[in-house]
Design a protein around this ligand. Sequence first.
Ligand SMILES: [Mg+2]
Length: 230
Amino acid sequence: MKKKLFLFDIDGVLMKVGLKPPMDYWKIAVQKEFGIETSINDIYNIGKTDKAILIEMLAFKGVKNSDVKKLQLTLEHLGQLGANYIEAHGVAAVLNADKFVAASKQITCVGLLTGNCTRRALAKINALGLSGYFSPVIGAFGEQAEKRSDLVEIAILDAEKKTGIAFAKSDVYIIGDSVRDIWCAQEAGVKVIAVATGPESFETLQKEKPDFLFEDFSNAEEMLQQVLGA
Ligand SMILES: [Mg+2]
């Protein structure tokens, strides 16, 4: 069997997300660079990249076509503040997600595809105790594209660079918890394993017709058999 590439989303897949996470660091980062008051709660952020969230938050306050450098600095600041917050407060793991990652790692190449900035993403992976599975770090992150589906190509190229394997799109799977993960995979022409462990329901995900859909990670081996044995 040809080697597959599994690209994991983090929020809602590996890490539990609350309905109202304490995200004051968004407010602080934007205030510092743009001098305006914003709130992450002004927009729907599930499944979006940090870059897209930032642009949308600014647009909500009437700020458009922002300077690229300013956006970059804000994302860097955000990544740092987010990482500090995670290191101080810890994170909650999605039940059995670690078992699925471990089982996947035995037979596939595993990486990350997340809307989170690199720094914040890696702080989460570290806090979850999953760094060993994602080493070397392969994938694509929230500061690298506004559109989530643009992260797929970046992640595939990164995987090729670090493993020497040129993965065909038919061998690439996104593991995500939101409709945006499903759209992302469909737009990019790769497969998607949706898991209803995030804020969006099984039924909501089902409507978008993911290649595979599971309630949770309660049976890692069986999931893998279904996905890879198909
Ligand atoms: Mg997610």
